[in-house]
Design a protein around this ligand. Structure first.
Ligand code: HEC
Length: 398
């Protein structure tokens, strides 16, 4: 696909994805919040489950949560399906456009595992589909009403998925795929467990038949699961722009801890501390482990050898290296297929440009080793070491 078109398409999809996601998550958190802030109906009406007053945008709102009553449907009922569907579809297209169409740069990291693009895509899609089948299968069993049993099992499976992803895909793709897997579980919950039972209840009410309220309770459970996944999914999506996060070791544990933190934050926000002491305790423990992990120097650096003094390598050698391994993308006129402009406008065409970048070159190419992406230009360990020696010697331009 033409590079310019791809870039515009990527921007357009991302825009849609973020907007749809904000609407989906915003709606779902708002309804959860309303549910936990309803008061009994002062008039004691039987078909009113609770009432609340809200003020927003200069308006004063009186909300009533109603039970569906056979034969008494409102003339218009607003359904919420477009937000979830739009978020998932735009996200899936982005996954294809960025990760699957540039698999060598973003999906695969040969220092993690030597796989072909086809194999890596199969693993990625397998995780997304398999994650849903496992989660759904588990929460359909007779244990579904015993979250204290199924929750630890689900968390263990999540850790296993994180382990698999971080041992097959590039670190960045691993984080994204766990996010995509959780996002798919959320969207599939809407399509399979929330919309159809709602539809059956509305059909029954319309036909004047008796309504099976357990359908609504089931939809609510899955919708509650969804809200626990929202914060972790948002974290995983923004982590894409922070290499220090996805190269942190061990990756699967970082992923898992952030899931627990995000879900714990949602719990505190909507349920509070008293009702969930166990969660509060687990979240606090997770926080401690996280702080520990973050403090470990290994988080930001991969075996950078201790400073070795000696003559700095000549600049001509460093420059030739940067031209070959980096400037194919980082140039006013990139030659790497798919690049029409230097990424983030980072250019290495002149000695001055290179000089101004040394701090970031050290971080990305020597410490994190997240550049070149997926080591697409095959930089060697010796070359990384050469860059380090040159930078540590003051990056002389001669
Ligand atoms: C395949 C193209 C490609 C190659 C080759 C490449 N980069 Fe990048 N670089 C990118 C992209 C895309 C981004 C923006 C995304 C990101 O930051 O991960 C980027 C961003 C950067 C940034 C700016 C972000 C920051 O963290 O400061 C630096 C610095 C950088 N690269 C250094 C390098 C170095 C050094 C090399 C060679 C050893 C290199 N790049 C090779 C594509 C490339």
């Amino acid at each position: 696909m033409e590079a310019t078109l791809r870039e515009w398409l990527s921007l357009l999809l991302r825009w849609i994805h973020v907007i749809a996601g904000i609407m989906w998550i915003g709606d779902s958190l708002l309804f959860m919040w309303i549910d936990s802030h309803l008061s009994p109906d002062p008039q004691g009406r039987k078909d009113v489950a609770g009432v609340t007053w809200l003020i927003h945008g200069g308006g004063y709102y009186h909300l009533e949560k109603r039970l569906l009553v056979p034969g008494r449907l409102p003339p218009r009922l607003r359904w919420f399906w477009l937000e979830a569907t739009g978020t998932w579809l735009s996200g899936f297209l982005l996954l294809i456009l960025i990760y699957y169409m540039s698999a060598d740069a973003y999906l695969i990291d040969r220092s993690v595992r030597s796989v072909t693009a086809g194999q890596a895509i199969a693993v990625g899609l397998g995780m997304i589909v398999g994650g849903w089948l496992l989660y759904d299968g588990l929460w359909r069993t007779s244990l579904r009403d015993r979250p204290l049993v199924l929750l630890p099992v689900s968390l263990a499976l999540l850790a296993a998925a994180g382990y698999l992803a971080t041992h097959v895909l590039s670190a960045r793709a691993a984080f994204l795929h766990i996010g995509a897997m959780l996002g798919t579980i959320m969207a599939a919950n809407v399509w399979v467990h929330i919309l159809p039972p709602q539809y059956r209840m509305v059909q029954a009410a319309r036909a004047g038949r008796e309504i099976d309220y357990s359908l609504g309770a089931h939809a609510k459970t899955r919708s509650t699961h969804n809200t626990y996944m929202t914060f972790p999914v948002i974290f995983l999506m923004i982590s894409q722009h922070f290499p220090a996060v996805f190269v942190a070791q061990p990756g699967w544990l970082v992923l898992w801890l952030f899931f627990v933190l995000g879900a714990g934050a949602r719990h505190l926000m909507l349920v509070g501390v008293r009702a969930g002491r166990t969660t509060a305790a687990v979240t606090a423990a997770a926080l401690v482990i996280l702080v520990y992990l973050t403090a470990r120097p290994v988080l930001s650096a991969r075996n950078v050898s201790p400073v070795a003094y000696g003559p700095a390598p000549p600049f001509a050698q460093v420059r030739a290296l940067l031209v070959e391994r980096c400037a194919v993308c980082h140039s006013e006129t990139p030659v790497m297929p798919g690049f029409i402009a230097p990424p983030l406008n980072v250019k290495m065409d002149t000695p001055q440009q290179i000089r101004a970048l040394v701090g970031r070159i050290r971080v990305r190419a020597v410490e994190q080793q997240t550049m070149p992406p997926g080591n697409i230009t095959h930089i060697t360990d010796e070359e990384r070491e050469l860059l380090r020696r040159w930078i540590d010697a003051g990056a002389p331009l001669k």
